[in-house]
Design a protein around this ligand. Structure first.
Ligand SMILES: NC(=O)c1ccc[n+]([C@@H]2O[C@H](COP(=O)([O-])OP(=O)(O)OC[C@H]3O[C@@H](n4cnc5c(N)ncnc54)[C@H](OP(=O)(O)O)[C@@H]3O)[C@@H](O)[C@H]2O)c1
Length: 251
């Protein structure tokens, strides 16, 4: 069972990360939370401090994670303030306007930068650090969208798929040194990212449920998890639809 006592959360102001942070604090964790929006981050830290005991540390920093120059300093600050790092959750992301990306490559570049390259920059530093430490868990939220490119959101899917593949290789590398790499693939989650979507169907879930699944997966060091679990079956079907049929579907 992996220890989740000292955790860095990147993109901590995300609805899924916020629920995960609350559940981690309830289990006694100390946290270093990185968020882009100062007001949201300060509100989150205040809320977590109220929930924490005197023995737990709740710290944080404001950063736009596309600024990879800052990554090393953020990790160092977290390590210093928490007295070490047991585990990492990378949660930040944006849902691109697919049409805007189709019209202008600059938009696509920005989305790939945010959803993939910023994550890979963090993972490069963290992997080397955890390789020396020889224990711990690195978890990243990708998406079911990364399993197969769909016409309605293939820029997002490509970015998430890039990270998913990167994590597959990293998992194999770090398994030799007792470090778990966990890929979290949520389906449809009711968060600000999906505002404007029709959320009436049975596949939609609240971020609290995803947070519980993330913590279980991090503790047990599972490789790839679909959250909720039934997305494993849905994606198995989607991945196996022959290309000739798939390209005729409007999904
Ligand atoms: N909701 C879903 O259905 C769903 C499904 C599959 C995967 N996911 C993934 O789950 C993760 C969490 O998303 P969510 O659903 O919780 O959505 P959310 O509440 O909209 O959270 C996204 C968070 O990412 C932060 N962020 C974006 N770019 C950033 C950057 N460059 N630097 C720092 N922070 C940045 C945003 O900060 P600001 O507040 O500053 O914008 C926001 O707090 C994302 O990786 C998302 O792709 C979500």
């Amino acid at each position: 069972m992996n220890s989740l006592k000292r955790v860095i959360i990147f993109g901590a102001t995300s609805a899924i990360a916020e629920q995960t942070a609350r559940q981690l604090v309830a289990q006694g964790a100390s946290l270093y939370c990185v968020g882009r929006n100062r007001d949201k981050l300060m509100a989150l830290l205040e809320d977590l401090k109220v929930r924490a005991s005197d023995h737990q540390r709740i710290e944080g920093a404001v950063a736009d994670l596309t600024d990879s120059i800052q990554h090393a300093a953020l990790i160092e600050a977290a390590e210093h303030l928490l007295g070490g790092i047991d585990s990492i959750l990378i949660a930040h992301g944006t849902l691109p306007d697919q049409k805007a990306c189709q019209e202008n490559f600059a938009n696509t570049r920005q989305e790939i930068e945010n959803n993939a390259l910023s994550v890979i920059s963090l993972l490069t530093l963290l992997a080397n650090r955890f390789e020396l430490q020889r224990h711990g868990v690195i978890a990243v939220i990708t998406s079911v969208a990364g399993d197969r490119g769909r016409q309605s959101n293939y820029v997002y899917g490509a970015a998430k798929g890039m990270v998913t593949l990167f994590l597959q290789g990293l998992r194999a590398r770090l398994s030799k040194v007792n470090v778990d790499v966990v890929t979290i693939k949520p389906g449809f989650v009711d968060t600000p990212m999906t505002i404007g979507f029709d959320k009436s169907g049975p596949l939609w879930v609240k971020p609290e449920r995803i947070a519980k699944g993330i913590i279980n997966a991090m503790q047990s060091g599972k490789g790839e998890v679909y959250l909720p679990w039934f997305w494993w079956g849905i994606m198995l079907i989607i991945k196996n639809i022959p290309e000739t049929i798939f390209k005729k579907l409007s999904i």
